[in-house]
Design a protein around this ligand. Structure first.
Ligand code: ADP
Ligand code: ADP
Length: 226
């Protein structure tokens, strides 16, 4: 668990596109922040800068008390969950969950403990020997969540993780993600263009528009305004 601090973060892409125009947010330990706003407002750019997948033009991002501007994505102690799952098709569910930990030369018993704990929380313990193609969409999304959970990161970053699921499953997974995040208490930043999803998940909503924060607050305060 950790705080995330954005201090006057700007992103200018090649061609003078100012995608993010000096955004400051203090995210509390364990808080669930949802970034919303129209297409092109800078949501993914902001998330990708926190993840380290995009350089920051000016400003500062800290995770805990460490400035991470120049820290590699793999060393930021964060885990990302994407919409396209990014599972390895030829590996069992068990090895999909274990893969990132094996790459870190983690002790086998510790890997096994983490994989089984994540599988238990996500209720995919019966599918550990299956390949991803033998799973339903919801099960695959749980495995994708599991790959984030086993890292026991300081923060989760979600990039529209439910947008490929059908409507019914989206509602179900949204409830599960909320329950999981509360249970684990892991600081989370979640990008979506779905207003209902945003309202259900967020402790605080950040509404971006044209690279600026237009509103920030509890969902009820943000969406109650005319
Ligand atoms: P959102 O996620 O809210 O849809 P983005 O962060 O993807 O917004 O994009 C913000 C702005 O930055 C848009 O104007 C987009 O066209 C521009 N942009 C995004 N990625 C790049 C890039 N790699 N190069 C140039 N411009 C980009
Ligand atoms: P690798 O050969 O890449 O190290 P293995 O597939 O041989 O990985 O598994 C390593 C360990 O992980 C095994 O000793 C076993 O304890 C555990 N393991 C692997 N698959 C499963 C599974 N489906 N369910 C429970 N434990 C598993």
């Amino acid at each position: 668990m950790s705080t995330i601090t954005l201090d006057t973060v700007r992103k200018v892409y090649a061609g003078d596109v100012e995608a993010v125009k000096g955004v400051s947010i203090d995210i509390a330990d364990g808080e669930f922040i949802v970034l919303v706003g129209p297409s092109g407002c800078g949501k993914s750019t902001l998330l990708r800068m926190i993840a380290g997948l995009e350089d920051i033009t000016t400003g500062e991002i800290s995770i805990g008390d460490r400035v991470v501007n120049k820290v590699d994505p793999a060393d930021r102690d964060i885990a990302m969950v994407f919409q396209n799952y990014a599972l390895y098709p030829h590996m069992s569910v068990y090895n999909n969950l274990a893969y990132g930990l094996k790459n870190r030369n983690m002790d086998k018993a510790e890997i096994d403990r983490r994989v089984k704990e994540a599988a238990r929380i996500l209720e995919i313990g019966d599918y550990l020997d299956r390949k991803p193609r033998a799973l339903s969409g919801g099960q695959r999304q749980r495995v994708a969540m599991g790959r984030a959970i086993v890292r026991e990161p300081a923060a989760f970053l979600f990039d529209e993780p439910l947008s490929n699921l059908d409507a019914k499953l989206r509602v179900q997974m949204r409830v599960e993600i909320k329950r999981l995040q509360k249970g684990l208490g892991t600081t989370s930043v979640y990008v979506t263009h779905d207003q209902l999803e945003a309202m259900t998940l967020a402790d605080r909503l950040v509404v971006l528009n044209g690279g600026n924060i237009e509103q920030i607050g509890a969902p009820i305060d943000v969406y109650d305004k005319p």
